[in-house]
Design a protein around this ligand. Structure first.
Ligand code: PXP
Length: 256
């Protein structure tokens, strides 16, 4: 960051997938993820994120139909695998943004980032069609120099840095490993910004891990879901989101 220059506002995208997970545990309509999205916006979310998985284990096609136009004037960030089926859905709905993520059926959640470098030939036509439809394209990648280079050469406008390894190390109280990953994320955020990419981050973030990530000036958006939905069981969604927002602001203030 240039001395004297204020870090940009840090947006919060609330991921509502796991409201749908609870709904789907019983079938039926409750709890409704769109109601959660509305509450999230009222609590200060700057956008709503939803991952339509190939196996539809949480968010459904109908949820996307209802979310596509945005909620409370806030944009939808559609997370999806780079497949022809998902591309067709995205082109039909034209959400504000699409975040391309790796997806394996047997995984419990999105493990690891997209191999933008190795998957260049597969990803290129998908990114091109999304960009041509005026959808902002983000690639969910690990903080590795060659992945940022690949994202740039693919024509994505945004990268989302995977914070899973950082959060896992924190959870295992391996603070040396956590700090090493944090340094990699910081260097990656700088490299991406220098390449002209917008930088987001997410996965596994909690009240305990968000502040150092929010203090990285080049990151302009965090996408957070699982922890917020879990915390909502104890304190309510509104209070959970407001506390996360407060901690993000605290991280940001440390660098302003
Ligand atoms: N960003 C991306 C690209 C993701 O795939 C996910 C998980 O769906 C998240 C952010 C949010 O992660 P979490 O639910 O662990 O907060």
């Amino acid at each position: 960051m240039v001395e004297g220059k204020k870090a940009p506002y840090l947006r919060l995208g609330v991921n509502i997938d796991h409201v749908a997970t609870i709904r789907n545990a019983r079938g039926g309509k409750f709890p409704d993820p769109i109601r959660a999205a509305q509450l999230a916006v009222e609590a200060g979310a700057d956008g709503i994120t939803a991952h339509l998985r190939e196996d539809r284990r949480h968010i459904s096609d109908e949820d996307i139909d209802r979310l596509a136009a945005g909620v409370g004037g806030k944009p939808l960030n559609l997370e999806m695998a780079a497949t022809e089926e998902m591309l067709a859905i995205a082109l039909r709905h034209k959400p504000h943004a699409v975040c391309l993520v790796p997806e394996r059926r047997e995984e419990r959640t999105t493990e690891g980032g997209l191999d933008a470098a190795g998957g260049h030939n597969h990803l290129a036509p998908i990114v091109r069609q999304l960009v041509a439809a005026r959808i902002r394209v983000s690639l969910f990648i690990e903080a590795q120099p060659m992945q940022f280079q690949a994202a740039k050469s693919l024509g994505a406008q945004v990268v989302e840095i995977h914070t899973g390894a950082y959060c896992d190390a924190h959870g295992h109280e391996d603070y040396a490993a956590r700090d090493r990953v944090l340094e990699r994320i910081k260097a990656g955020a700088k490299q991406a910004t220098d390449l002209g990419l917008e930088v987001h981050a997410g996965h596994g973030l909690t009240f305990d891990t968000v502040v150092p990530i929010a203090a990285i000036a080049q990151i302009v958006e965090l996408n957070i879901g699982h922890f917020l939905v879990g915390e909502a069981i104890f304190v309510g969604l509104d209070a959970a989101i407001r506390r996360m927002r407060h901690l993000m602001d605290e991280g940001r203030q440390a660098i302003s």
